[in-house]
Design a protein around this ligand. Sequence first.
Ligand code: FNR
Length: 187
Amino acid sequence: PAKKIAVVIGSLRKDSLNRKFAHEIIALAPPSLEFEIVEIGELAIYNQDLEENGATAPQAWTHFRQRIKDADGVLFFTPEYNRSIPAPLKNAIDVGSRPYGSSVWSGKPAGIVSISPGATGAFGANHHLRQCTVFLDMPLLQQPEAYIGGAANLLGADGKLNNDSTKQFLKKFIDTYATWVETNARK
Ligand code: FNR
């Protein structure tokens, strides 16, 4: 059966380049993977008081955790905000990592694609996210690294990827990630 991949997109805006590229990569993926975009915009900012000492965790947190738990792997798409990851993405990571000892990220084979209209391909965000995956104990695909710079210029007026070498690279990335998931999935 196909492996279920949770897609987490670090931008909340409607016309997000990251979301557009997520759809491009999903379209290029081999049939051994199926994808579900897991939205993060409705997650309350993490606060231990909301679920500790007898409090019941917000439903959006519980729902989010379950969807990640049900996945065989996680593919992150991140913009760069001030050389780091956007707050909603960090929040989603924090929500999924708790309660202590029950992180839903643990062991999930991960991939990171960072996307920016700028020249540096959101390198800073990509590597801050990598730092989180170390502590979260996610086996992270190391190569190829995916830093997509000048991203706005790679899309046509229809919002679709119109650059052949980028398409080839993304195909190679997602094929390698598919093999990574097969090799590292725990269930
Ligand atoms: C940015 N942007 C940005 N770009 C970049 O390459 N490096 C950076 O450090 C930042 N910093 C930054 C901070 C904040 C608060 C915002 C709102 C934006 C620009 C960013 O790359 C651009 O808005 C992208 O289009 C965001 O990704 P989505 O929403 O298109 O997926």
